[in-house]
Design a protein around this ligand. Structure first.
Ligand code: FE2
Length: 483
């Protein structure tokens, strides 16, 4: 029997788990559903099956994947948990067995030696496969349509360890570029594994290099010819934890270090660059221009996600993420990383038109905090479209107290140009029992949603979302041309 959950900021309000799987064959749509919107919107997040007795962290809940399928003028929806071995063992036991983040000191002896994995962070298509990703474990393959969990995907035994939740799929080549961190375990040597997987799912590159320390590397930057691995001063230290300190901590005063490497090169070609300590978990995009690498990223000078190493704790509002542009000289003439703030609003997940990742883009999308109380705990209450060429911002506010998710671009069928289509975000309005998948014209967000797909109950806040148009090669491989 499942017991009531504790009172915790990430288990109540917008975050309170619903804990059920559903299928809705034809959802009600308010407004004008665009006829040229055919594809699937996936959203994943943490929806714990059971409450851990000793605490909780937002990143710790079991992965739950929602799929909204747009086809032939209707929208259907399905959601299923990612059936990891953790999930199955806990469901069989009827209670939580793993400690928070798999902490062995608070885990039930029956799961010692079992892999801790929630599969809760990202959900992407590549190589005709739908992958549920959590950076501490290998990718898990799910059925793109039924959302049934299949098995770990280890690429023929090549990639058996941690796999990033933020691989970059380069839609010009079909390649997926990825990495793994903590690949030797939390007490092992800090190494990074860098992988290139071609469009058929074959591993083209699988190399390792030494990380400066056990930095939590959540994403990396990829351009047509280069990759950059950012090492934030956010460190995992079992030694510190054994002294009674936090396992994950921001090390004050430490610089960020960036490993710049030719995308198809060797690890002995890495150039190490430094900049003041930055928290950067999500990039909008990166590209090459006039001998420089340009990266538009959501960055802050610290983080509230974990405590500082001196025992202090930031609030979200002390460490808001803003859109910044990093510029790196590719000629070797300078090792300086320059940084400018493009927009200082409090954003969360910046996204481009994904079809153009690795190449220059000017349109960006993000969810935004306008009037939320203490920022993200209460949810982001607005969405923003940036035009980084003109500096113009294009904002829509869902109202005080609303909680909205990642704002992703969705091309119209047949679109060729950047930002030709729509942008969508899953929203839980304030004081409402329903959820709306809101659809905007991609270049006129301020005009408000042109359509709202209605789910007649609250879907808890989640993490990453992705939209795949039915005419994208990525989607066609998974669904066929008409799904
Ligand atoms: Fe992320």
């Amino acid at each position: 029997m499942a017991l009531p959950f504790k009172n915790h900021p990430y288990l109540t309000g917008h975050h309170q788990p619903m804990r059920f799987e559903a299928h809705a064959p034809d959802l009600i749509v308010e407004g004008d559903l665009p006829a040229d919107l055919n594809g699937v919107f996936y959203r994943t997040g943490a929806e714990p099956l059971y409450d851990p007795p000793e605490g909780y962290h937002w990143f710790d809940g079991d992965g739950m994947v929602y799929g909204f399928y747009f086809e032939d003028g209707r929208v259907s929806m399905r959601n299923k948990w990612v059936r990891t071995e953790k999930f199955e063992a806990e469901l069989a036991a009827g209670r939580r067995l793993f400690g928070v983040f798999g902490d062995p000191s608070t885990s039930d002896p029956s799961v010692h030696g079992m892999r801790y994995n929630t599969g809760n962070t990202n959900i992407i298509l590549h190589g005709g496969k739908l992958l549920a990703l959590m950076e501490g474990a290998p990718a898990i393959e799910m059925d793109p349509r039924s959302l049934d969990t299949r098995d770990y995907l280890d690429y023929g035994g090549t990639i058996t360890g941690p796999f990033s939740a933020h691989p970059t799929v380069d839609q010009f080549t079909g390649e997926m570029l990825s990495f793994g961190w903590m690949i030797n375990g939390p007490m092992g040597k800090p190494e990074i594994r860098y992988d290139i997987i071609d469009k058929t799912g074959a591993v083209k590159k699988n190399v390792r290099f030494d990380a400066p320390y056990m930095s939590l590397v959540h994403t990396f930057l990829v351009t047509e010819n280069w990759v950059v691995f950012p090492f934030n001063p956010l460190e995992v230290s079992v030694e510190r934890a054994m002294r009674g300190g936090p396992l994950n901590s921001w090390v004050k005063g430490r610089n960020s270090r960036l490993a710049l490497m030719p995308r198809n090169g060797d690890t002995d070609q890495i150039r190490w660059l430094e900049m003041p300590g930055r928290h950067m978990f999500h990039e909008l995009n990166a590209w090459e221009e006039d001998g420089k690498l340009i990266a538009d990223v959501a960055a802050a000078n610290g983080t509230a996600l974990f405590p500082n190493d001196d025992g202090t704790q930031n609030t979200h509002l002390d460490t808001t993420l803003e859109l910044r542009r990093w510029t790196i000289d590719l000629t070797g003439a300078s090792d300086e990383v320059t940084e400018e703030t493009i927009n200082d609003r409090d954003i969360q997940f910046p996204r481009p038109d994904d079809r153009l990742m690795t190449r220059k883009t000017r349109h960006g999308y993000a969810n935004l905090n306008l009037n939320s109380i203490d920022g993200r705990v209460d949810g982001m209450d607005a969405v923003i479209h940036f035009d980084t060429d003109t500096g113009k911002e294009d904002i829509y506010h869902f109202g005080n107290g609303a909680g909205c998710g990642e704002f992703v671009f969705a091309p119209r069928m047949g679109a060729k140009d950047e930002a030709d289509g729509y942008a969508m975000s899953l929203v839980h309005p304030a004081n409402s029992h329903r959820t709306e998948l809101t659809i905007f014209a991609a270049k006129d967000v301020a005009a408000g949603p042109i359509a709202r797909v209605i789910v007649p109950y609250r879907i808890p806040s989640g993490f990453h979302c992705n939209y795949y148009s039915a005419d994208m090669a990525l989607a066609a491989e998974a669904f066929g041309t008409a799904h």
